[in-house]
Write a protein of this length. Sequence first.
Length: 272
Amino acid sequence: MDPLVASQRMAPKLLVVGGGKMGSALLTGLLAGGWAPAGDVAVSDPDPGQRKRLTEAHPGVVVVDAPIAADGALLAVKPDVAESVLRTLSAVGITRVLSIVAGLSSARLEAALQPGDVVIRAMPNTPSLIGAGVAGLSGGSAATAADLDWAEGILASVGTVVRIPERHLDAVTGISGSGPAYIFLVAEAMIEAGVSAGLTREISHQLVVGTMLGSARMMAETGDDPAELRAAVTSPGGTTAAALRTLEFKAVRSAFIEAVAAATERSKQLGR
Ligand SMILES: NC(=O)c1ccc[n+]([C@@H]2O[C@H](COP(=O)([O-])OP(=O)(O)OC[C@H]3O[C@@H](n4cnc5c(N)ncnc54)[C@H](OP(=O)(O)O)[C@@H]3O)[C@@H](O)[C@H]2O)c1
């Protein structure tokens, strides 16, 4: 963009850097949450096609091809370009960054900024796209309580936020970052099972989605332990007991434990 035009404009409160799936979802959440399109948020993305989509999807939001000055930035680019993009943010005077980039530690991110600049890391998940995400949040070495509140305010626009020490972010990646894929796999398998048992695919799909939604809401609304809720639907010698015995025989519980451990370990490797 014309640097003169950029310098004459009031700096937005937040520059979303990378208007892909996650950047765009967060922008949608912030606007729905009352952030003003003109003034509060801007978005930068080098891809002309992406900028066209962003302009159409978020009328009134300033969409630029390179970073502009802002009170803070949300870093939502792929990990391989994150550090070089941070250097461009530093060059325009941005000193507070919330990164949702998977794997890159706050120490690495801080090294690409100026000494004393603030980094906050978060691991959101794809249900953020429909405002139903959950994210783990942790502060880097210079982050204060006010910085964490600022970051939580941004992420809360697309779901719930859990504050954790940074050393636990790999486990958060293994549980909730990758978690939607585990749930989708279970859904796929149950839909196939319904078809095998003689249901149409449409009916099976409807039953599985309804069961998952209802079960998740029961856990959220009652606050009960899932083990108690499971026991409550398991009559002695009944159908559910027969199914659960099969799942235990096939070691489904330990398969999940091993799967989350593998995802956590992979997240650690990617961050090295
Ligand atoms: N998707 C998830 O579930 C999820 C969950 C947690 C965390 N994350 C993290 O979120 C980040 C973004 O993921 P995503 O799925 O939203 O990726 P995405 O859809 O590929 O979006 C990234 C966007 O950043 C743009 N970009 C590239 N270089 C840039 C630059 N110099 N300045 C500004 N924008 C630039 C890309 O443009 P081009 O297409 O032209 O490269 C693309 O539009 C990743 O680091 C990922 O690890 C994702």
